[in-house]
Design a protein around this ligand. Sequence first.
Ligand code: SAM
Length: 292
Amino acid sequence: MQSFPDFGSGSCFEEQRHEAKGKKKQNPINDLDLENWKSLTDIWTDSLWLIPSRDKSGAHTAEYHGNFVPQIPRQVIQRYTKRGDVVLDAFLGSGTTLIESQRCGRHGIGIELLSEVAHKATARIALEPNRHGIQNHVIIGDSSSPDIKGRIVEALERIGRDLVDLVMLHPPYHDIIKFSDSPDDLSNQATVAAFCEALGRVIENTTEKLRPGRFLIIVIGDKYADSAWIPLGFYVMQEALKREFILKSIVVKDMQGNRAKQNQEQLWRYRALLGGFYVFRHEYVFVLKKKA
Ligand SMILES: C[S@@+](CC[C@H](N)C(=O)[O-])C[C@H]1O[C@@H](n2cnc3c(N)ncnc32)[C@H](O)[C@@H]1O
């Protein structure tokens, strides 16, 4: 199995290349220099992501329970956006995506249901140097509510744009981590079906202004309930495929460093031996393209 080196250098590597080689823009959806594609060793193209450690550079922190490693948004921002594009994250949490987009010179719009979490994310994003003079707009609201569409348009207007160039969704994995008591919180949906339905509404609301031909990325893991594996990831993928998306890739990402699992490793091993199942060590990154 291949393991990727940790590139947590505190700056976007695409930017290092630009500085080293001068700007060569040839791809309509990214700034990667395909004339020198052999030098793009820090851009992952395999569907198995084994990430040895979390990037903690710059404003990044592992503090928020349920956040993802910065390497995930960094990879997709570099593959699917260009400098100056607009990235929308509809489950902002601690702001990992917007820290990365700021670092890589992309404007950011983040939506977070919980005001305290949103305020902390705003403060954390502000700690990241803004070398490209880009704008970030954090919306406190429910991504599954139709009202959010107008608020995305307002944020786009402030940036001076009509459309979003990349949508990132890292929702709760249903009720695996409970983020609040709010009934609008996706981690409080009574059933898996209600969760998927709500996520379907999020996809609709947040991709209405996604530029055709551009990408929706969904990061999610599965869950166990009542002695059965619930394939949340595939259910959610289906929600996107019911709409105007085609599937470009399913990436399997390891869950090394998952704190909850680490603390209970032996217990889970025992449960697996007893219960006839395998302990899941992976989550998914679904790469979906909006039909042109
Ligand atoms: C898995 S976390 C995202 C973590 C984020 N990627 C990070 O790195 O910090 C999911 C987030 O979605 C928020 N959330 C839950 N329901 C929501 C909703 N209906 N609208 C917007 N945000 C919601 C939660 O409060 C939580 O912060």
